[in-house]
Design a protein around this ligand. Sequence first.
Ligand SMILES: NC(=O)c1ccc[n+]([C@@H]2O[C@H](COP(=O)([O-])OP(=O)(O)OC[C@H]3O[C@@H](n4cnc5c(N)ncnc54)[C@H](OP(=O)(O)O)[C@@H]3O)[C@@H](O)[C@H]2O)c1
Length: 360
Amino acid sequence: MNQITIFGATGYTGRLIVKALLAQGFPPSELCLAGRSSKKLNNLADELHIRPSLLTVDALQPTTLPTLFHDTRLLINCVGPFTDYGEPVILQAAQRGIHYLDITNELGYVHRVHRFDNIARKSGATIIPACGFEVVLADCAVSLLSKKFSGTISDVHITYTLGGSGSSIGTRQSAIRSLATSWLAYRDGEWIAVVPGREVRNAPLPSGKLATISFPSSETVTIPKHTNVQNIGTWMTINPFLRPWARHAVPVFAWLMRRPPSQWILQAVSVFQPPKSGMRSKAPFSIHVEVEQGSVKRTMIIQGKGVYDLTAEIAVYTALHILGSHTEQAGLLAPAEVVNSIMLFDYAHKNWGLQIKELA
Ligand SMILES: NC(=O)c1ccc[n+]([C@@H]2O[C@H](COP(=O)([O-])OP(=O)(O)OC[C@H]3O[C@@H](n4cnc5c(N)ncnc54)[C@H](OP(=O)(O)O)[C@@H]3O)[C@@H](O)[C@H]2O)c1
């Protein structure tokens, strides 16, 4: 039996995941690479000088999906937009008791698939949607910081600052589909309908106050699974010159993406091919996590480089953790419910060069 199947192995992040697994010494004979093009799958295996199982599966042809689960213990799904392709895959994993993780950060999708929790609990599948750079690190940071308080956390703010340029076609399409379908925020202990990008905030970062705009991020769903919290804000740093009009332009764009012109935009963003390698791999990022209880605040800052490479490392770390763990947790789970946050950060510092600081 294969231990791990990677669906979307021929994509930018899927390839990085395959390479990261092999670098860990994972045996190619226990690996299955799945994707829609058998030619691309064969080329990938040749390029890496490995002979894994290969499986041709097209997310647009649902009858081909069951083969993903016939001979594997864990599926890593890298085929987005998950809003369009993800639900039938995650549902079948839940029904068949196959462990599953994906690398999405499409909030609407992550919120919707949590209705499969009971199905996964019954079948014994450990399922973690949103197991990439965005979501896992902040989810674990909030879990750690909130343990230093007793009682309810009033506010969590997570601010992403991403440097560099270049994004995969999959990322661009997912961002558009997420803006169209993730009209969701967590306020006063409940999920409410909110248009994305409507709020701006001057985030108190160590480098000074930075202009940020609200964006839909899946911590909105994962954090309440392990932390008693009232309000969650997820923010992206923007150029301060954009601040006056971004909070008008982004909601209008999000509204347009729910209308027919979105098809043209989705096609347009696929025209410009991303660089074949090195995309954002040297670009720095920082994640600023604030956890507040009334006037008392604790802050953690995570800094590093290379969000795609890191997504691959995080997916591999979590997959191996699930396969190696003796006490299997079942259901739809937040990353911090499955991995030990202290051990993850320790590993990330030593092996991925992350700087993780808690501010006094
Ligand atoms: N959370 C995070 O921080 C994070 C980080 C990185 C990526 N992601 C997400 O991960 C997803 C993939 O990103 P990526 O960088 O790998 O994008 P990508 O390079 O465009 O790869 C997309 C993959 O999906 C496959 N695919 C597309 N349509 C398919 C279909 N109908 N059936 C089967 N396979 C299909 C593609 O196959 P072909 O190779 O045949 O084209 C390719 O393997 C995106 O949703 C992105 O947002 C999230």
